[in-house]
Design a protein around this ligand. Sequence first.
Ligand code: VGL
Ligand code: ZN
Length: 198
Amino acid sequence: MSHALIIIDLQNDFCPGGTLAVTEGDQIIAGINAQMAEAAAVVLTQDWHPHDHSSFASQHPGLDPYALTDMPYGPQVLWPDHCVQGAHGAAFHPDLDTTRADLILRKGFRREIDSYSAFFENDQITPTGLEGYLRNRGITQLDFAGLATDFCVAWSALDAARLGFQARVLTELCRGIDLDGSMAKALADLRAAGVDLV
Ligand code: VGL
Ligand code: ZN
């Protein structure tokens, strides 16, 4: 058991009833809990935005949720307000077994920049610290599960491959948003990067 299970953003706002609900987002939780027993390390990520985060459409008068805008670091989708620090929507779904987690990594906490990936903020340069943590623990293989397949899961797994980790996405234990073909693009990008889809 030398692999880590990285569980992306299994938070209330991404589950049915949340402000950025992913269809069937809660239906992967039992399978993820079961998968934890197979892993040498379990890492949970938590999307963790200030209330006035720049990725929120509410901060851009005249623009609607799901519109695309330009940020200094590149194009950015604008989202409904979600995963606000300390709010119920930012908490892990109550069915997720958080006791087994070795590390809880928060991301997206800087107002001016979003962070889909567990490894880098959306400028693709600013590290979150996760790479160092995993390398210090001698972990080289990473399994990814969680929400959303086509955003935070895909960006995390692509960065993992780029950093030289052996990366797999457990596709049955993920669900996606699928915005303008983002699901098909994410899966193609993952395959092209050498990420195993299992
Ligand atoms: C996510 C959109 C905005 C995700 C996070 O977890 O995939 N998507 N913030
Ligand atoms: Zn977010």
